[in-house]
Design a binder for this molecule. Sequence first.
Ligand code: ZN
Ligand code: FE
Length: 255
Amino acid sequence: MSLIIRQYPCRSDNYGYLVHDPESGDTACVDTPGVQETNDILDVEGWRLTHIFNTHWHDDHAGGNLALKEKWGCKIVGSAIDPERIPGLDVEVGDGDEYTFAGRTVQVFDVSGHTNGHISFYFGSDDALFCGDALFALGCGRLFEGTPSQMWTSLQKLMALPDNTRVYCAHEYTLANAAFALTVEPNNEALQARAREIDALRAQQKPTVPSTIGEEKATNPFLRPMSQDLQMAIDKVDAPLDEVFAETRRRKDNF
Ligand code: ZN
Ligand code: FE
């Protein structure tokens, strides 16, 4: 039986996620942007929170850890690099680790760049990736603590996942990301089509998340430093890919 994934808005533009296994009853939330929102869904569904998976230490991701742990006695899984910044951390994991949740293997990838110790959780049995603020629909996280090369290395790990992997990122930033993406790859037809879909979804206040790894590889400029058109648009023809990535990120920061 598949895991049930519930996606819900928190704060101004965060998404919270609950992952529930109907067989065992095990229920995890990925990050803790909204304590009240999370508890409301748990109450309505009659689920008991057993785990918290943290992608990184920022307050809109780990700020609700202690309140939820106090109420539910759940286990908190997060980066071994960051124990002092992740409140209530119980289980330390790192790149390449496998953690068992509800009888399934959850693979951990270190995707540092936005922060040091940012990790992603891949539920291969259910084709689901929870990537926090590393990869966004048509975007990627700002580089607060890492270098562009480090972030490019991180993103390549996510690009290697199957195309049908659903990308559950932590923010609804897609409309603004699409506007930028079109400036650096204006002739990308898949991107043009996706931008139209995004406009339509947001006009109805519908989420644009999740996308898939396949869609991101075809349209997300941060996964496309090899694109000749993109290289030309940012004056980086034939530059090393991490340098193309760095220039793309710099331009987005100034967009
Ligand atoms: Zn963040
Ligand atoms: Fe965030």
